[in-house]
Design a protein around this ligand. Structure first.
Ligand code: GLU
Length: 295
């Protein structure tokens, strides 16, 4: 029944757009994923949605250096990845086509500020839902379940899990949950914790022998390892739960509910799976969506 609705919306979008690109059948590569743009959307009581409607555009907070999740191609400027597609699906569900999304790159440490100031309408970028962050922002989701892991040099047999990091130099990102865990659990000595704004900087340090491990979510680390399997490997001992949420303004409950509805629909009608298979799933690890947790 849902599928019929989706097809009807796709046909409507096809007719309105006057071209034949919407609703192409079959498994499409990441750059060809597209979503029917909803018409006459209303989100009563949502200041965020009112702002989007007024502008006719969405300001979407993203990462740009996380392979498989959120990457910007340096030559074409195009954004691709699982998080990006989730964000585009939400935009379409709010009535905003992909060419009316403005991408705002926000590093981990600046997310709560960017969302609460209104610099972004919502944020999709490996953003773990937790109570501490909920004091400043809201979360729709989760739309993916990740876990903290370690990235090491491919020829290093000495690091096999979180208890083998003593006296090792460990790199992670400012304001992230993994760096907090490294410190709280004393996984290595405080002077051995190295901190940057972006994970790609940590990976450069690892390749240059300046650090011995990069720690963050397995989903992020697998993307880096896949790009350079000769030099990098993921240890594969997950030691936390990192449920990914869409960051939204804290007090806009109507908007949070709407994003939850769109995530729920994508998980039910197969869109989530289509997005996963075309992006993160290309690494070969199968996944299913976690249950949405409304609050
Ligand atoms: N998911 C973790 C977090 O939200 C690590 C990834 C990131 O920094 O974006 O802190």
């Amino acid at each position: 029944m849902r599928r019929v609705g989706v097809i009807l919306v796709a046909i409507a979008a096809f007719v309105l757009a006057g071209c034949g690109r919407e609703g192409a059948p079959g498994a499409a590569p990441a750059e060809q994923l597209s979503y029917p743009v909803a018409q006459n959307v209303q989100v009563p009581g949502s200041a965020t949605f009112a702002k989007i409607q007024q502008a006719g555009r969405i300001k979407m907070g993203v990462k740009n250096d996380q392979p498989g999740l959120g990457v910007q191609d340096p030559t074409t400027g195009q954004y691709t990845g699982f998080d990006i597609e989730i964000g585009r699906m939400i935009a379409a569900g709010l009535g905003v086509p992909a060419d009316r999304i403005d991408y705002v790159v926000v590093p981990s440490a600046a997310r709560e500020d960017a969302i609460s100031r209104g610099d972004v309408d919502y944020y999709v970028g490996t953003y773990t839902i937790n109570d501490n962050r909920k004091q400043r922002v809201g979360f729709a989701g989760p739309y993916y379940q990740a876990g903290q892991d370690l990235l090491v040099r491919a020829d290093d047999p000495s690091i096999t899990g979180p208890t083998t990091l003593q006296n090792k130099r460990v790199c992670s990102v400012t304001g992230s949950t993994p760096i907090q865990r490294v410190r709280q659990q004393n996984l290595t000595q405080p002077q051995n914790v190295v901190e940057f704004q972006n994970y790609s900087q940590c990976v450069d340090q690892l390749i240059a022998n300046q650090v011995d491990a990069v720690t963050t979510d397995d989903a992020i680390l697998k993307g880096f390892a896949a790009q350079d399997p000769q030099r990098l490997k993921v240890v594969g001992q997950v030691f936390s739960q990192e449920p990914y949420g869409v960051g939204v303004p804290r007090d806009d409950v109507a908007f949070r509910n709407k994003v939850n509805d769109l995530l729920q629909q994508a998980e039910t009608d197969g869109t989530w799976q289509r997005i996963y298979d075309a992006t993160l799933g290309k690494s070969g690890t199968p996944a299913t969506p976690p249950a949405i947790q409304r609050y």
